[in-house]
Design a protein around this ligand. Structure first.
Ligand code: BGC
Length: 461
């Protein structure tokens, strides 16, 4: 579609997308906050290293569980109600953390927050992909990633703010406020027209589409396409067992999320202060502010993706991003190998780290979520997105749990080189398997997939 012919998007759609993307903010806040809070929690409850690891990782466990449940749940009760349950869990979990009298209450609360994060990371991109018109779909889902990065940054800042007083209860508890805003915001959202149509509620779907699209004519056309698309009744697991084309898109979603995590970005986010320490920044203050700058670059570079995703397309941006990340990991590994002694070397290492973050934020950060929500056929979308979202959390756990061990075992240089190689592998996988889905409707992607086109071709018109 040429830019000249792009339909006008009504303002309501942007507002709705922004509200749904708020779920990403909570995701980011809860992911980012723990790094700064942990030392104080450990102090107050006298936690061993293993107990500290539990406080961190129980959230990922909850997220995997949340992602697993949200597929069937959002298929049955709808996207909106599922998101609402996620919002309630965010509120309950944050309050539970803030007032936890002991370790076990804290762990249960972190688990509940994890479930909320899992639900949010499943249902928000799915909802956005179903509500946004195709010419801005990529940017709207990238908006979700932008909110994640803003959440991470806000958490880093709040950690710095509360670190002087050591008040970890406030660090964790303050998240209750955005969680309440999410809850109220979600109450005002319309249900996804695709889900409504799937449930045979076509009149309601038409009402929502009329609200979202600039003309009744556009709304009618879209509803017709959706109705045609929801004819086939097979669903989820059943479809996975019986249809090899759907199996391909499910595996692709899982692969994409593993690729996102194996870039190494998540370890940079979890262990940024530690990496600044390896690069020779000795004081906690330097490390914390370095972490805030890393978070800020992550936010800013996401705008590059939002601006480019629907113009350049997904594939070229991904290839560029993986290349940038691969090169930076390789060079950082080299610097750790030869040793960092002078101030110039320290700052070069930081610069490389920031360029790496830029590479991720402008590519794999948002685009993997975009692609995962686009490639699944409607009849199996809940199942397919559940699998890919779970893969994100499982890969996240693997990465988080092995980084420090890898550094102890192979040294910093080799660990960074390993991630460099994984990024090169991601370029190859992108070329071979990833489709270009720019400016093509979800219905056409589905047609191509189900007619047996190669995965890399399912986005062509
Ligand atoms: C990823 C997270 C990552 C974050 C960084 C998200 O898309 O799923 O694992 O830490 O981006 O911005």
């Amino acid at each position: 579609m040429s830019t000249r012919n792009l339909p006008h998007t009504n303002g309501q759609t942007y507002l709705i997308c922004l509200l749904a993307a708020l779920a990403g903010l909570l995701f980011g806040l809860d992911m980012g906050v723990i790094a700064g809070a942990l030392p104080f929690i450990a102090d107050e409850f006298g936690l061993s290293s293993h107990q500290q690891e539990m406080v961190v990782s129980i959230m990922m466990l909850g997220a995997t569980f949340g992602a697993l449940c949200s597929g069937p749940m959002s298929g049955r009760i709808g996207r909106k109600k599922t998101l609402l349950i996620g919002a309630v869990l965010f509120v309950v979990g944050s309050l539970g953390c803030a007032f936890a009298p002991d370790l076990i209450t804290l762990e249960i609360s972190r688990f509940l927050l994890g479930v909320a994060v899992g639900v949010a990371s499943f249902v928000a991109p799915l909802y956005l992909s179903e509500i946004a018109p195709e010419h801005i779909r990529g940017s709207m889902i990238s908006l979700y990633q932008l909110m994640i990065t803003i959440g991470i940054l806000a958490a880093f800042l709040s950690d710095v703010g509360f670190s002087a007083s050591g008040d970890w209860r406030w660090m964790l508890g303050i998240i209750t406020f955005p969680a309440l805003i999410l809850f109220i915001g979600v109450l005002t959202l319309p249900e996804s027209p695709r889900w409504l149509s799937m449930k045979g509620k076509n009149d309601l779907a038409m009402t929502v589409l009329t609200l979202l699209r600039s003309s009744t004519d556009d709304a009618r056309k879209e509803l017709d396409a959706i109705r045609e698309n929801v004819q086939q009744k097979q669903r989820g697991w059943q479809l996975f067992r019986s249809n090899s084309h759907f199996r391909r898109s499910t595996y692709l979603g899982v692969l994409l999320q593993f690729m996102q995590q194996f870039t190494g970005m998540t370890v940079i986010m979890y262990y940024a202060p530690k990496i600044f320490a390896i690069a020779g920044f000795a004081t906690t203050k330097e490390q914390m502010w370095g972490t805030v700058i890393a978070g800020l670059v992550n936010v800013l570079a996401t705008f590059i993706a939002i601006g480019l995703v629907d113009r350049w397309g997904r594939k070229p941006i991904l290839k560029l991003g993986f290349s940038v990340m691969g090169i930076c990991m390789g060079l950082m590994g080299y610097m750790f190998f030869v040793g960092i002694s002078s101030a110039a070397q320290q700052y070069t290492a930081v610069l490389l780290l920031l360029i790496f973050i830029t590479g991720f934020a402008m590519s794999a950060g948002p685009l993997i979520w975009v692609l995962c929500s686009e490639i699944q056929p409607l009849a199996g979308r809940d199942f397919g997105v559940t699998c890919s979202t779970m893969a994100n959390w499982i890969a996240n756990m693997i990465i988080g749990a092995t980084f420090l061990t890898l550094i102890d075992f192979m040294g910093s240089a080799a660990t960074f080189w390993l991630y460099g190689i994984l990024n090169v592998l991601c370029i190859v996988l992108t070329i071979v398997f990833v489709p270009e889905t720019k400016n093509i409707s979800l219905e056409n992607i589905e047609k191509n997939l189900m007619s047996g086109k190669r995965l890399s071709q399912v986005g062509s018109a």
